[in-house]
Ligand binder design. Structure first.
Ligand code: ADP
Ligand code: MG
Length: 979
């Protein structure tokens, strides 16, 4: 239809510029002709395209006579710039509406309050001002002593002491505990902790740090009548380990959860009694407490577990604790780490004492890839890539990308190749093995090889569980499929296979720990979660594929990457250790011995590998003052540029002001348990009355989407997702639809069938719905919503207005904007994106837009952009230009002149997003936008449910925005790229 027409009409009209912002098409010429008749944007546009073609590459002939040398170059550069400007999207009101909109604007302006309604005395404003004052003082290194809030209660002490004394010291569990290496160090440990505020404990995994150390502290307190002043908190980096460990410890104490032992993770808790107890929780939970209890006065002992993982939150908490300690003389901090980089932590706490628990592990035999190939006879196919994977392009060494690729292949050349020559000269390995090793593909993950090795172990080795480490969920499912589906790799016989992943439903986890019946072999396929935080006792064989999924962030390009990378030496050692827990074991590394020598010692801390927006917001909301000085106190501080990027982003979405103070909006966002962009989306959803769908989007973006990766049915699953997206061209509206349909299905009992049909995970959906409730509670508590029932009519006045919901998604994901163009690839047309930093971005094949060709607008917003083999956006939503006018950064009117003297009027949202637009229309947009900005500021400072009465300012502004968004003023269509 229309699109075909445009497509035809602009066949050769527009030459894609080699660089810069060119996007969409349309004609400035068109606009300048339309100017005489501002109401006929559409007509003007049509003509404009013709004009644009005239100016395009064919038009105008060569440079004027008389130009030479450099000037000719300049002439063409200028021409190109102009052609880009002319070819911007055109924004105009539908024909004949300009006048009516002028009337709307006049009415809204008349209703605008003269004085901003923002006096003090309001609870939110007071808290916000206090926060600003705290950040200004920024002298939080005050050493004014603060005491624990746990006042002694002699009666409680006595009764708990009596209870503890009555315990059976010879119980099975008691005897088990005494055998753990940690037990031998008990007294030394307690003495050290009594004498020093900070102690670092290290020890082999399984020696009893996590389960025993908090118990020692608890028993010591109970037996010595100090129960009422003892509240032990032990942090875990993962939700699932917090639960499973709490359960284990309760069991060891012959109790149920909720007495002396409990856990707390987001949205789920079994709290223990307040005093004389141990709470296992995620690090995030403690960071949350800091808001109301900045000196952690409710805690006597804080045990930070698994600190060697160096995740962002635990590095942050360590920094905060160092700050708190001078004030809390009675606080005990215990840092526990599995691998031996204990010195680093000790140094950070002024050389605090370290204690190593010597572990018992049985010897573990190590085999490398060369041995595995030899013993299994497996041959790596030289074309192991599937036909669909394109070969890696050749990168020039001077580009960053080229350098990385070059480095990887250099290592292969420098270490692996000579090593293979060495093996060859020894003559211990067969021709087939040596041929396989020579292929660079031998360093890639090969699921068939993993399956073959498992077969080998099952057939030839003694009994004992097998633990397989792979990088991610995809690999787990692929190996699982090979072993269970009909085919050459199907594992017959008595085996029990467990996939183990941090986002798997909790119920399935318990069976993993227990020993299978005699003669049955347990095979666990896991990510690095099984390295330290989860101990499976009966493992005898470990398969280590040597790769780990790592996110990285490059502040220069402002791009995240996610790819499997080589593990660090510490990981490899840790993985090996898992095989020797109960008897001598075997570890099979699926990389060569030469590759092992090139591994880094430790993984890089997450703080150095990630964007910092959320952390920065957290720092501000906790009142730690200027961000850069605070972050310089971290053990290994992030790069200045990364911090600067985060500050800039937060300023762009108006969460921080120029003085780096939280704005009212920023103060709200810092309280919402999600990233600031998603937080903004949620607040706007409340204001615009489209709560239910947007909370679904927000929950999914914050946790994970509920779609599973179905085994062997990827195509069907894609199809089902597209079906659920109902033609919205939006992965985000798809998320909302999925949850909505599931909630519907649940009410008539067909939820299981629904999940089955659409490949959805019920446990994730349940979690998402809980999160939606949590968000709604906050919005209601802050008075943005009339009810905390996010399904209530009053919260969803506009939920079925798709244009609006889409615009709110845009508001939340901004500034992640991309322009869209169709590219021809053979007979098909596929969408291709460009962003402010990346000229060539593809859409992830899982996205409903990946194979879409019929778009209305040349604009998209996205949540995740990652660089793997190419730059991909994982999820995207088509948006209208109007959403950018209201929810982009800010509006600037511009007036440019082309070299032939024609004026070109435009409206700029940010340096990437500019529309050609008549001055009259642009003025109108700018004025309405100014009213909206004012309204938003008022709403944020004085949250209140939306006043929909269009006879008042608020109702009138919101109504006009909604009408403009849904009447869809003319933006530009999407055009094919000329190629
Ligand atoms: P660490 O923290 O030093 O790695 P843990 O305290 O987690 O060690 O575990 C100590 C021992 O307790 C393990 O070696 C294992 O034998 C046992 N254990 C831990 N968790 C469980 C569990 N959920 N089920 C059965 N045994 C467990
Ligand atoms: Mg542990």
């Amino acid at each position: 239809m229309a699109e075909n027409y445009y497509y035809g009409s602009r066949g050769g009209s527009y030459h894609q510029p080699e660089s810069g912002w060119g996007r969409g098409t349309g004609g400035a010429r068109g606009y300048s002709q339309a100017r005489g008749d501002p109401d006929t944007g559409r007509g003007g546009r049509g003509r404009g395209r013709g004009g644009g073609r005239g100016r395009g590459r064919g038009g105008g002939g060569g440079p004027p006579a008389g130009l030479r040398g450099r000037d000719i170059g300049l002439y063409y550069a200028q021409r190109q710039k102009e052609s880009q400007r002319e070819s911007r999207s055109v924004l105009a009101l539908p024909s004949g509406e300009q006048g009516a909109w002028q009337d709307v604007l006049r009415r809204v302006s008349a209703l605008a309050p003269t004085r901003p309604a923002m006096e003090g005395g309001h609870q939110f404003v007071d808290a916000w001002h206090q926060n600003i004052a705290a950040n200004r003082r920024a002298d939080r290194i005050s050493t004014q002593p603060v005491n624990s809030g746990l006042t002694p209660q002699p009666e409680l002490d006595e009764s708990l002491q009596r209870q503890e004394n009555e315990r059976d010291p010879f119980s099975v569990m008691g005897l088990f505990r005494e055998k753990l290496p940690a037990f031998a160090m008990r007294d030394e440990l307690l003495l050290l902790i009594r004498r020093h505020p900070v102690v670092v404990i290290s020890g082999e995994t399984g020696c009893g740090k996590t389960t025993q150390v908090p118990q020692f502290l608890l028993e010591d307190a109970l037996l010595n009548g100090r129960a009422s002043t003892t509240r032990i908190v032990c942090t875990q980096p993962r939700r699932i380990s917090a639960i499973s460990i709490a359960e284990r410890v309760a069991q060891e104490r012959h109790e149920r959860l909720g007495q002396s032992v409990g856990y707390q993770i987001r949205l789920e808790s079994r709290l223990p009694r307040e005093r004389g107890s141990i709470l296992y929780c995620t690090t995030g939970v403690v960071l949350q407490w800091l808001r109301s209890d900045p000196n952690l006065t409710g805690v006597s002992h804080i045990v930070l577990d698994e600190i060697h993982e160096r995740d962002l939150q635990s590095d942050f908490l360590i920094t905060v604790l160092k700050d708190i300690l001078p004030r809390r003389a009675d606080l005990k901090v215990i840092l526990m780490s599995a691998t031996l980089n204990a010195e680093l932590f000790s140094r950070y706490f002024r050389n605090c004492p370290m204690l190593n628990i010597p572990g018992f592990t049985f010897p573990v035999t190590e085999y490398y890839l060369e041995d595995v190939l030899e013993m299994t006879g497996f041959r790596i196919p030289s074309q192991s890539r599937k036909a669909s994977d394109k070969p890696e392009p050749v990168w020039h060494k001077h580009t960053k990308r080229g350098k990385e690729t070059a480095r990887a292949s250099d290592a292969f050349q420098d270490y692996v190749t000579p090593y293979i020559r060495h093996l060859e000269s020894q003559g211990h390995y067969s021709r087939s093995t040596l041929d396989s090793l020579r292929l660079p593909e031998s360093e890639e993950i090969n699921h068939e090889l993993i399956a073959t090795l498992i077969h080998h172990i099952h057939a030839h080795e003694k009994s004992g569980a097998v633990l397989v480490f792979v990088p991610g969920w995809d690999d787990i499912s692929k190996v699982n499929r090979l072993l269970t589906d009909d085919g050459p790799y199907r594992l017959r016989g008595r085996v029990k296979i467990f996939p183990l992943h941090s986002l798997m439903p909790t119920i399935n986890q318990k069976e993993i720990f227990s020993r299978p019946p005699e003669g049955v072999r347990k095979i666990v396929i896991a990510t690095n979660i099984a390295e330290t935080s989860i101990t499976i006792d009966d493992v005898v064989f470990v398969v280590d594929c040597g790769k780990i999924k790592m996110t990285n962030y490059d502040p220069k390009s402002n791009l995240a990457t996610l790819k499997p990378e080589w593990v660090a030496e510490a990981n490899a050692r840790q993985r090996r250790g898992r095989a020797g827990r109960v008897q001598p074991g075997i570890c099979y590394h699926l990389f060569t011995k030469s590759r092992a020598m090139t591994l880094d010692k430790f993984v890089q801390p997450e703080m150095l590998r990630t964007k910092l927006e959320e952390l920065v917001l957290q720092i501000k909301s906790l009142g730690f003052g200027k961000v850069a000085p605070f972050l310089s106190k971290v053990m290994e501080p992030p790069e200045d540029l990364t911090i600067e990027r985060a500050l800039t982003m937060l300023r762009t979405i108006n969460a921080l002001d120029e003085e780096e103070q939280l704005t009212a909006l920023g103060f709200h966002l810092s309280k919402l348990p999600m990233d600031p962009q998603t937080g903004k989306m949620v607040l706007l959803a409340a204001i615009f009355g489209c709560v239910d769908p947007i909370l679904s989007v927000a929950a999914s973006l914050t946790f994970k989407d509920a779609f599973m990766i179905p085994l062997g049915k990827e195509k069907l699953a894609d199809e089902k997702r597209r079906q659920l997206s109902r033609g919205t061209k939006s992965d985000h509206l798809l998320l909302a639809n999925a949850i909505q349909e599931w909630e519907k299905a649940r009410s008539n009992g067909s939820n299981r069938d629904f999940c089955w049909e659409f490949f959805l995970s019920e446990s994730v959906l349940r979690m998402l719905v809980n999160m939606k409730q949590q968000f709604a509670d906050y919005l209601c508590e802050q008075k943005f919503l009339p009810s905390s029932n996010y399904k209530a009519k009053s919260c969803n006045r506009n939920s079925s207005n798709e244009a609006l919901v889409r615009a709110i998604v845009c508001a939340g994901l901004y500034p992640n904007v991309a322009s869209l163009k169709m590219k021809r690839r053979g007979p098909v047309r596929i969408p291709s994106l460009m962003t402010v930093t990346e000229r060539r971005v593809s859409i992830h094949p899982k996205s409903v837009n990946a194979s879409e060709s019929d778009f209305k607008h040349p604009w998209m917003v996205y949540h995740v952009m990652m660089k793997g083999n190419s730059v991909l956006v994982h999820d995207c939503t088509e948006i209208s230009p109007m959403s950018l006018i209201f929810f982009g950064e800010s509006l600037k009117l511009k007036n440019e002149f082309l070299s032939d003297g024609t004026a070109l009027e435009s409206i700029q949202v940010d340096p990437f997003v500019t529309f050609n637009c008549s001055r009259e229309t642009a003025d109108l947009f700018k004025s309405l936008r100014a009213h909206w900005d004012k309204l938003l500021e008022m709403k944020i400072i004085k949250p209140d449910q939306t006043d929909w009465d269009t006879n008042r300012f608020e109702g009138a502004v919101i109504d006009s925005i909604i009408r403009l968004l849904s009447s869809s003023p003319i933006g530009d269509s999407v055009y094919d790229d000329d190629e």
